[in-house]
Design a protein around this ligand. Structure first.
Ligand SMILES: [Zn+2]
Length: 256
């Protein structure tokens, strides 16, 4: 029975991943999500339905537009596969606990992928995705049988509070916005999704990955300056905490 669920989740995960690509491309460019139909950004030709099959179309066309042969970013196939893998992970880990929780976590992962890619490229997080995460957070707080809703409400203040502290410190030290306010809001809503125990794990991973990421970005950028997106690392930290937070907290508490 569960095998059918996993196959269904994998296929749906790929299709939703394909839709995330539409969001990542269109939302920052102020384009409608529904209209026009999918088209090549280079030759503007409308794509046929068989050009839009997740992963398969990209592979069959050799990662190029069917008409003008312009290379299509490997980001498309990456997002689709990443979304499928995370959806399968959610089904494996959360389905047996609570189906609503599993579906909430799947949607949460998809929104985090979208935020990570948009922030990486455009250096901002659209508010509509923060609101969507807030709704996911409310569902997680209601349907969490492990830590209960209070943990999630405290998580909202812990996640948002820690980032707000760094936001304020950045202002004092550098006299400018060292951290985007979008990152503060992001960790508040992710705190609601995770609960305060796991959001600490997410902050820990987010900070370490962010530091490594900034060093790499600085090394490969020409002038060594510029703005770095922090949300991709925070999102990765949150996803790690979703799956391993409870275990990490248990191991940590076991040390004492
Ligand atoms: Zn084209």
């Amino acid at each position: 029975m569960m095998a059918i669920v996993y196959i269904f989740v994998a296929i749906l995960g790929l299709c939703v991943g394909s839709f995330l690509n539409v969001l990542i491309y269109r939302v920052p460019n102020q384009m409608s999500i529904i209209k026009p139909d999918s088209h090549c950004p280079n030759c503007k030709k409308k794509l046929k339905w068989w050009h839009n099959i997740p992963v398969l179309s990209w592979l069959c066309l050799g990662g190029r537009c069917a008409y003008c042969r312009t290379p299509i970013s490997p980001r498309y196939i990456m997002v689709e596969i990443l979304n499928m893998v995370l959806w399968l992970g959610c089904a494996l880990v959360f389905w047996k606990i609570n189906i609503v929780l599993a579906i909430s976590m799947m949607i949460g992962c998809s929104i985090l992928i979208t935020i990570a890619f948009i922030d990486f490229e455009h250096k901002y997080i659209p508010d509509r995705f923060q609101i969507a995460l807030l709704i996911v957070g409310i569902l997680c707080a209601i349907f969490d049988p492990v830590w209960g809703w209070a943990s999630h409400v405290i998580g909202l203040f812990v996640g948002g509070g820690v980032l707000l502290l760094f936001y304020g410190l950045g202002f004092l030290l550098y006299k400018k916005e060292a951290l985007g306010f979008g990152d503060v809001k992001l960790m508040a809503v992710c705190g609601l999704i995770l609960g305060w125990q796991s959001v600490l794990v997410a902050l820990f991973f987010g900070a370490i990955l962010g530091a490594i990421g900034c060093l790499i970005m600085r090394a490969i950028s020409k002038d060594g300056k510029g703005e770095y997106a922090f949300a991709p690392y925070l999102a990765l930290g949150v996803i790690l905490a979703m799956f391993f937070g409870a275990d990490i907290v248990a191991i940590y508490l076991g040390l004492f």
